[in-house]
Design a protein around this ligand. Structure first.
Ligand SMILES: *Cc1c(COP(=O)(O)O)cnc(C)c1O
Length: 398
């Protein structure tokens, strides 16, 4: 059984002075012993040599290597945000005239980038239901360069059939990019056929909601393209992660496996008990969830089904009442984002689902009353659930 946390466990670093946490790079630029060596560094990477911190810096390189180990890719690049990772990866692969096929229920920022920004560059995006493989095939033509999906869709948490999608992509020489932000360790997209795995490290990977960061895990060849001084997207668009942040994220990665197991355990407990109360809840760990069987097949099972769930609170008034009550009762915070040690909740609304016709949205459960929860690391989850139950009663939901 593949265990990505084993790869992180084996990631040992000996710092400059044997420090167990490597020194944090405090430099934008680096000296060379000779002009000839500097010239060589512009032409190709020299092991152990650094040129300029927008290109690479030692701290970011340590973090990138840990992420590549986690996703089982040859290499990785870290970026100043998840959006920087997504936009850089896409812009590295696509130019004017090219086309992308994207899942239609993705993160709002990614959706806006694909829907509003890329057409300005003459890049066309087809939004499809990624579970419908025939729709994917029908949207492919000779200009298609990328298929873009999230491992778990937002906000209803349907899983993408990555092995099948990657088979289609490979047959047409198309790159498959997977956003694995919701399911680090749980899903290993590269092992399931993805070419490029992106993360918003702002969420579970860092886990402390104290910074914004991202990464791109891919082949060494692709990462070299990203940092190319003449044509690389991360090099030339310049979304560099600050090295002090890279150092703190690297430390947090080493507790990611424990956190993911606890997030999953707590989310499953809440989902099961909500279901017992007769509340409509979306969580892939529930046996009657439509994604349950496929997720079981694709996941690394030791980490559970993840920390995200969604509650159907029927109307936006009831959703708002529920969220206000939950914050009051100290269940967690009414805030966007996810993967924090405390529970976070918000109403995703319709912002990312405007490609979906109204009747279909209602049938899918994508109504105004949906509340998305990122379940925290609570040690006493029974207490948290009893509070949620009182809030549901206040909102007239049970
Ligand atoms: C938050 C998020 C992003 C964007 O990441 P930032 O770090 O906020 O730029 C992308 N994809 C998903 C699934 C996210 O949740």
């Amino acid at each position: 059984m593949f265990d990505p946390s084993r790869n992180i466990q084996d990631f040992l670093v000996f710092g400059e002075f044997g420090d167990v946490n490597p020194s944090i790079t405090d430099s934008s630029t680096y000296t060379f012993l000779s002009p000839a060596q500097m010239e060589e560094a512009f032409e190709h990477e020299i092991e152990g040599c650094f040129l300029y911190s927008r290109h690479w810096n030692p701290t970011n390189k340590y973090l990138a290597r840990a992420l590549a180990a986690m996703e089982d890719t040859e290499a990785a690049q870290v970026t100043a945000s998840g959006m920087a990772a997504i936009s850089s990866a896409i812009l590295q692969l696509c130019q004017t005239g090219d086309e992308i096929i994207s899942e239609r229920t993705i993160y709002g920022g990614s959706y806006a980038f694909l829907k509003n920004f890329l057409p300005r560059l003459g890049i066309k995006v087809h939004f499809v239901d990624i579970r419908d493989l025939d729709k994917i095939k029908a949207a492919i033509n000779e200009r298609t360069r990328v298929i873009y999906t999230e491992s778990l869709s937002n906000p209803l948490l349907d899983i993408a059939d990555l092995p099948k999608i990657s088979e289609i992509a490979r047959a047409h020489d198309i790159k498959l990019i997977v956003d694995n932000t919701f399911t680090p360790l749980i899903i290993s997209p590269k092992r399931l056929g993805a070419d490029i795995v992106v993360h918003s490290m702002t969420k579970f990977i860092n886990g402390t909601s104290d910074c914004v960061a991202g990464c791109i895990c891919a082949s060494a060849d692709f990462v070299n393209q990203l940092v190319d001084v003449n044509s690389g997207a991360t090099m030339l668009l310049g979304p560099v992660l600050d090295s002090t942040r890279a150092a703190s994220i690297l430390k947090n990665i080493h507790s990611l496996h424990i956190r993911m197991m606890q997030h999953s355990k707590n989310a499953l407990f809440i989902a099961e008990n909500l279901q017992k109360l007769g509340v409509r809840v979306y969580y892939p760990g529930l046996p009657d969830n439509p994604s349950h069987g496929l997720m079981r097949k694709l996941m690394n099972p030791q980490f559970g089904f993840g920390g995200m769930l969604a509650i159907d609170a029927k109307t936006s008034e009831q959703a708002n009442r529920l969220m206000a009550a939950m914050q009051e009762a100290k269940v967690g915070y009414l805030a966007v984002s996810l993967g924090y040690f405390k529970t976070l909740f918000s109403a995703p609304g319709h912002s990312t689902s405007s490609e979906i016709p109204h009747e279909e949205r209602d049938a899918m459960g994508l109504g105004d009353g949906l509340v998305r929860m990122s379940v925290g690391l609570d040690n006493d989850i029974e207490l948290s659930f009893s509070r949620i139950k009182e809030c549901l009663e206040k909102a007239g939901l049970c």
